[in-house]
Design a protein around this ligand. Structure first.
Ligand SMILES: [Fe+2]
Length: 136
């Protein structure tokens, strides 16, 4: 990136959402390293050992309307994390047409919450029991 000082003033959100505007020589590094940074930045703000419980307000309305209730949402979200092939993140995003689904935020969707399903997030405590980790 030191060869591209104009990129240093752009936010990580801008860089990730507009990968096609970056020089090809840095695109993969920005997607992989920058994406990892941004994913974890969201993860640390939405996950907490002392938080949780049922959502309230507008998000509760959406969870009820789109997923048929919080228990259904949790089942679907954790199922997506369990079935995620390999390492990565599972997401709840708002899509451009205001539907909620789990899919990558870099496709122009607005990220709401995520969970880290890289092995480093759970392996020391849960080994290969990813579903158990997701339920915590
Ligand atoms: Fe992680």
């Amino acid at each position: 990136m030191e060869n591209y000082p104009d990129l240093q003033s752009r936010s990580i959100d801008d860089l990730i959402r507009n990968l096609n505007t970056l020089p090809e020589s840095v695109r993969s590094a920005v997607r992989n390293q920058g994406g990892g940074h941004f994913n974890h930045s969201i993860f640390w703000t939405v996950m907490s050992p002392n938080a949780g419980g049922e959502p309230t307000g507008a998000i509760a309305t959406v969870v009820n309307e789109v997923f048929g209730g919080f228990e259904n949402f949790k089942t679907r979200f954790n199922d997506a994390g369990t079935k995620h092939f390999g390492s990565g993140f599972v997401w709840l995003v708002r899509t451009a047409d205001n539907k909620f689904d789990d899919c990558p935020w870099s496709e122009g969707h607005y990220p709401i919450m995520c969970n880290d399903v890289w092995e480093h997030a759970y392996y020391l405590t849960y080994q290969n029991r990813r579903p158990e980790y997701l339920k915590q």
